[in-house]
Ligand binder design. Structure first.
Ligand code: ATP
Ligand code: MG
Length: 227
């Protein structure tokens, strides 16, 4: 496929703890076209988070290759990998990942500040995304002053600040109520349509998965096509 943004070839991840071997990922192959909206479902412990972190340059695979927008992720040096993660990727983690000493708006602007790009109006953009996610009144709140669902939405906003080409979202709406959840999904679809951003969404929610272009299922480290 010429317009691939993500190509995974024969990726394995084995964790060894004492005598125990856990095959968290087994012979994963995947080819994702630019602009697709993909979901991954599967039981707890099936390997979903491991897969996202191998794609996102956080967990090195035992074997295999990951190519992201033409770059061979696991052949890059540290600087190359950081640059790739900062410029191309938006990562929404399964568990809270905000910096407690920074206000909401600074948490959102942070990846951009790391990039040391000439600042256009980064705080304007951060404010806009936070407002779309219903947090216009919480820009200056610290994470400890926000509810779990509000913190989650700040973490979602942060993933979009650098206009990434691909978003890796690990149960991004897990702790949101139904209304916030559908607002977030609406925001995702809009960005997907307008900016051709690719989405890889891990979810337990079949209704959400049903809204995506294609569903993959993870079971015991093996990925299959089709819900
Ligand atoms: N750092 C680690 N060290 C050892 N084993 C790990 C590590 N991370 C994950 N595992 C194991 O790898 C397997 C896959 O874990 P993973 O976190 O990818 O599952 P998951 O599908 O994201 O589950 P959940 O839906 O509960 O988030 C599990 O058996 C888990 O215990
Ligand atoms: Mg997980």
């Amino acid at each position: 496929m010429s317009d691939s943004i993500l190509v995974i070839k024969d990726v394995w991840k084995t964790y060894e703890i004492g005598d125990e071997r856990i095959e968290a990922l087994q012979a994963i192959n995947l080819d994702i076209e630019k602009g697709s909206f993909i979901s991954i479902i599967g039981h707890s412990g099936s390997g979903k988070t491991t897969l996202l972190s191998v794609i996102g340059g956080l967990t090195e695979p035992t074997q295999g290759s990951v190519s992201l927008d033409g770059a061979d992720v696991w052949k890059l040096n540290d600087a190359g990998l950081s640059a790739l993660r900062n410029e191309k990727l938006g990562f929404i983690f399964q568990f809270s990942s905000l910096i407690p000493t920074l206000r909401a708006i600074d948490n959102v602007a942070l990846p951009y500040i790391f990039q040391k790009r000439n600042n256009t109006d980064i705080y304007g953009r951060a404010e806009k995304i936070l407002s779309i996610l219903g947090l216009s009144k919480k820009l200056n709140s610290f994470p400890s002053e926000l509810s779990g669902g509000q913190q989650r939405r700040v973490a979602i906003a942060r993933a979009f600040i650098n206009r990434p080409s691909i978003i890796l979202a690990d149960e991004p709406t897990g702790d949101l109520d139904a209304q916030s959840e559908s607002e977030v999904m609406e925001f995702f679809s809009e960005i997907n349509e307008k900016e051709k951003t690719t989405f890889l969404l891990v979810t337990h929610n079949m209704e959400l998965a049903g809204m995506t272009d294609r569903i993959y299922r993870m079971k015991d480290g093996i990925l299959t096509n089709g819900g």
